[in-house]
Design a protein around this ligand. Structure first.
Ligand SMILES: [Zn+2]
Length: 230
């Protein structure tokens, strides 16, 4: 069941580990088959070097229960499910504790769009969520994490900014495919690092002007994109 998607989710979990964004077991990739209503996610707590394709957990999107009962899904499953529900055009979600993006999350600040590297992937600052309330932490914490992310995007376009920082926690990214969601996680960590250094050099650096932001974002995205091969 779900052989192809399991293979891709497995490979992207390994790609995430190889990218240096993840140490120990602190990261996960999932993907959804919206036609079948099934989500594939990394199992909880299995080291990346022990992971096999067969270990990928298949979850029913509606009942939220694992279909293949061998291993428990990642503890972040409920956040992933919330995002698939709130953002109907995404098909993959990635979560890491990559250090530079997590540092911004811990500071409770979004990552300003300082330059074209940022603008190539994210159309504006990457937002940070509000702090979670006591009752949101005590009950259904992972589900509520998804809720505060969706709340943060109420007036933002989740397709134009495919990333968020959860305050005091870390980044989530998403995309149309697992490969794209992982690439967005890697891009996010790089721009997080650059933004920290930019601030160190000049604390009051202004964000990129909208002309350059548009130029770079729309070069790679949307119907007039000119990037890559035809
Ligand atoms: Zn986490």
């Amino acid at each position: 069941m779900m052989t192809e998607l399991k293979q891709r989710v497995y490979e992207q979990n390994l790609a995430l580990a190889k990218s240096g964004l993840v140490v120990l077991t602190w990261g996960n990739v999932s993907a959804i088959d919206r036609e079948k209503g099934l989500v594939v996610i990394k199992p909880s707590g299995i080291p990346y070097d022990k992971l096999t394709v067969e270990d990928m957990v298949v979850v029913d999107f509606i009942t939220r229960k694992a279909v293949n009962k061998k291993l428990r899904p990642s503890s972040d499953l409920m956040t992933h499910l919330y995002l698939y529900d709130a953002f109907p055009e995404i098909n993959a979600v990635v979560h890491t504790h990559s250090p530079n993006a997590t540092a911004w999350a811990q500071a409770g600040e979004g990552i300003p769009a300082y330059g074209t590297t940022h603008a190539d992937t994210f159309y504006g600052s990457v937002p940070c969520t509000r702090a979670m309330l006591k009752e949101e932490v005590e009950n259904n914490y992972e589900w509520n994490t998804g809720r505060v992310i969706a709340e943060t995007f109420k007036s933002l376009d989740y397709k134009a900014i495919p990333a968020v920082l959860v305050k005091n926690h870390g980044p989530f990214t998403w995309g149309a495919t697992p490969e794209e969601a992982v690439a967005n996680a890697i891009a996010l960590e790089e721009v997080a690092k650059m933004a920290i250094v930019t601030r160190q050099i000049k604390a009051d650096t202004p964000v990129i002007d909208s002309l350059l932001l548009d130029k770079h974002y729309f070069h790679k995205h949307g119907k007039n994109s000119a990037y890559g091969q035809k």
